[in-house]
Design a protein around this ligand. Structure first.
Ligand code: FCB
Length: 472
């Protein structure tokens, strides 16, 4: 059967984040964020750009809602810029910032689009960074206050909340590799940052519940399923270590299982934690982090093949069934999404799962006729959606899927060199052009599923007219 039909009620969405699309970095009382500071520092962003203007969504949000509506998008995942609401992180509220998101939410609801609001997609107020940022506990306290302000104002209309986006990236890219702000390279600071991110999630959930009693609340994690490069003990060990570092370090405490003991021992052995271990944990922290949520958000792009230098190389190596990579260099591996979702369901049993991000960077642009034939993105999305379908067949309570991203945008330290959008952005004119993948996604939503025979958006098979198929 070539048509995969999703269950009734499955939610089809698109995702963005504030710093990547809004622009208006210093307008209407917004405070400086760590991403403003970082991108304004020479040498930090690959192409020397920043998010000052980005997609100018702050001024074009109505056009963007109309665009989503025209594509039949059912849900929009966006994030709130903390320094737009609280310019110095705590205390005085910037009403203009709240009004912006209030109008956005009203506009979405009028267009029949469900708002999925992410509270933190990386743009910490710079003022809080100067007081120590995430490695300090006070930032978690500030996050709970900020959550209260936003959920108090929007909780009557927003019924889907995501506390944090990818705490691993904030913790490790910000404080271990230094590729993201604050650009620190200190393993102990990274582990403290992660703990306070998770703690602030735990504190935020009851705050949102208080302000929006019937809301669904979750956290979005970047999870990367790993396989060993060979069946050698060394590669298997490397695989387990990678999984502990990126996946279990987050999943375990969120599901009441403490931080994984093998990783704590590793970190102590490496000197990343003191001999006594996790000294930053206070009484009650782990219970707070393990609070029951309504869903788990999964951001999936690729898998990892882990290799230990000590492994003998005369053993058969795991290779990719397709050698295809997106322009970020990430392997295209749809089965990884199926494996990941199944594992989460069987090992952790979240009440519900949403794929809160999935997508691909390809730079295909407008042809002379103005059309963007981004067939590789279409294939990527279709094959991942099919993997999600198989997971549902396997019993996974997957309730929705969000494409990253609605539109091309500022891809963090890579600047504008990567295009993930299903809508093309002409950064000179700010023109939006739905790519072929957007038109294909529109049909997918309308048909509540994908046709595996259809390689091109203009294939007519599902409409009973195979003669119109132009699949190669
Ligand atoms: C994720 C981020 C998102 C975007 C995609 C490509 O890690 O959450 O903002 O950058 O990667």
């Amino acid at each position: 059967m070539s048509k995969l039909t999703f269950p009734e009620g499955f939610i089809w969405g698109v995702a963005t984040s504030s710093y990547q699309i809004e622009g208006a970095w210093n307008e209407d009382g917004k405070g400086e964020s760590i991403w403003d500071r970082f991108s304004h520092t020479p040498g930090k962003i690959a192409d020397g750009t920043n998010g000052d203007v980005a997609c100018d969504h702050y001024h074009r949000w109505q056009e963007d809602i109309a665009l989503m509506r025209s594509l039949g998008i059912e849900a929009y995942r966006f994030s709130v810029s903390w320094p737009r609401i609280l310019p110095t992180g705590r205390g005085e509220i910037n009403q203009a910032g709240l009004d912006f998101y209030s109008r956005l939410v009203d506009g979405l609801l009028e267009a029949g689009i469900l708002p999925f609001l992410t509270l933190y997609h990386w743009d910490l107020p710079q003022a809080l960074q100067e007081k120590g940022g995430w490695p300090t506990r006070a930032t978690a306290e500030a996050f709970a206050e900020y959550t209260d302000v936003v959920s108090h104002h929007l909780g009557n209309r927003v019924k889907h909340w995501i506390t944090h986006n990818e705490p691993a990236v904030v913790g490790f890219e910000g404080h271990l590799t230094g590729r993201h702000p604050p650009g620190v390279k200190d393993p102990n600071a990274a582990l403290r940052a992660v703990h306070h991110l998770l703690l602030s999630h735990g504190w935020a959930v009851p705050v949102i519940r208080g302000n929006s009693p019937d809301a669904e609340i979750g956290i979005a994690l970047n999870l990367v399923p790993a396989v060993p490069a060979s069946a050698s003990a060394a590669d298997i060990h490397a695989c387990r270590h990678f999984d502990g570092y990126l996946n279990r370090w987050f999943l375990d405490p969120l599901h009441g299982r403490h931080y994984p003991a093998d990783m704590v021992a590793n970190y102590i052995a490496q000197g990343h934690l003191p001999g006594e271990g996790l000294t930053f944990i206070q009484d009650g922290d782990l219970d707070a982090i393990a609070i029951q949520t309504d869903f788990l958000g999964v951001n999936y792009y690729t898998r990892a093949i882990t290799r230990n230098e000590d492994a003998p190389d005369n053993l058969p190596q795991t290779t990719s069934p397709s050698s295809e990579r997106t322009e970020t260099g990430w392997e295209v591996y749809p089965d990884g999404l199926y494996h990941l979702l199944s594992r989460l369901h069987f090992e952790y049993q979240p009440r519900k799962i949403y794929v809160t991000e999935n997508g691909a960077s390809y730079s295909d642009g407008p042809d002379t006729d103005g059309r963007v034939r981004d067939y590789r993105r279409m294939d990527y999305l279709r094959n991942h959606i099919a993997a999600a379908y198989r997971a549902i067949q396997n019993g996974v309570p997957l309730a929705g899927y969000f494409v990253w991203s609605l539109m091309d945008n500022f891809e963090w330290a890579k600047g504008y060199t990567q295009r993930f959008g299903i809508v093309w952005i002409d950064y000179e004119t700010q023109q939006r052009i739905p790519k072929d993948s957007a038109l294909w996604y529109k049909e997918t939503i309308a048909e509540k599923g994908v046709c595996m025979n259809r390689n091109r958006s203009d294939c007519g098979e599902c409409r009973g007219d195979p003669s119109t198929s132009t699949a190669p």
